[in-house]
Write a protein that binds this ligand. Structure first.
Ligand SMILES: Nc1ncnc2[nH]cnc12
Length: 218
């Protein structure tokens, strides 16, 4: 994907200003790309600390993340919550996942059918537990919705769905009532390309900074 003017978009991630490259998706649309695995350890540590601070009042027993880019997020959030174990939902069927619990990801943006898998050996870590589900970016909401279905099938209570960034607003509709459980450290818009320049679509940003909304701890 090609970088397009204005080249970068500055986003506030829990109050830290981060420059993301703006990349052309097609001749009409562009995105600000967050590649958490390219951001370094200090960034990972900061987002882990800030997401942990958001959800610590909920007293989660365990953190669930989905492969691939949710893995470093789940690890750093767990570390900051003082939790040793965490659970990863996988994407590729490895041989030890032959009898895994499977949820389809109902994505409207990718043509490839996707699914998430939970190793049955991990169910004991979730059954009857208070869980927070984390990811790098919540965009369509399809992946987060599938993660939440899988975690609930394993018998856990989902307290919150947390991400570094939310992108656009369409996840609200895709996630239905579960959208109320979503919190992020920042938000990025969708971009429309006009005259060779990517402009943020103002309708794709929420008026209130997402990390400023308190989670109900009841
Ligand atoms: N802007 C983005 N950056 C990284 N991953 C994404 N997934 C969906 N949107 C994304």
């Amino acid at each position: 994907m090609r970088q397009i003017a204005p080249e970068t978009y500055t986003v506030s991630v829990a109050g830290h200003r981060i420059d993301l490259p703006v990349l052309e998706l097609d001749d009409q649309r562009a995105i600000a790309l967050l590649m958490v695995i390219d951001m370094g350890l200090r960034f990972g540590e900061m987002v882990g600390r800030e997401i942990a601070a958001l959800c610590a009042p909920l007293r989660p027993d365990i953190v669930v993340g989905s492969a691939t880019l949710g893995i470093p997020v789940a690890m750093e959030v767990s570390r900051h919550l003082g939790l040793d174990q965490y659970v990863i939902l996988q994407k590729s069927p490895k041989f030890h996942l032959a009898d895994a619990l499977v949820e389809p990801v109902r994505s409207i943006t990718t043509n490839m059918p996707q699914k998430l898998l939970l190793d049955r050996r991990q169910i004991a870590r979730l059954q009857g537990r208070r869980v927070v589900v984390v990811d790098d970016v919540i965009a369509t909401g399809a992946s987060m919705a599938a993660s939440m279905r899988l975690v609930r099938r394993a018998g856990a209570e989902v307290l919150a769905a947390l991400s570094i960034l939310t992108e656009g607003q369409s996840w609200r509709e895709a996630m239905g009532p579960d959208a109320a459980l979503v919190r992020s450290l920042g938000q990025i818009p969708h971009f429309r390309i006009e005259g060779g320049v990517a402009r943020p679509d103002p309708d794709s940003l929420a008026p209130v900074a997402p990390e400023r909304r308190a989670l109900r701890t009841g």
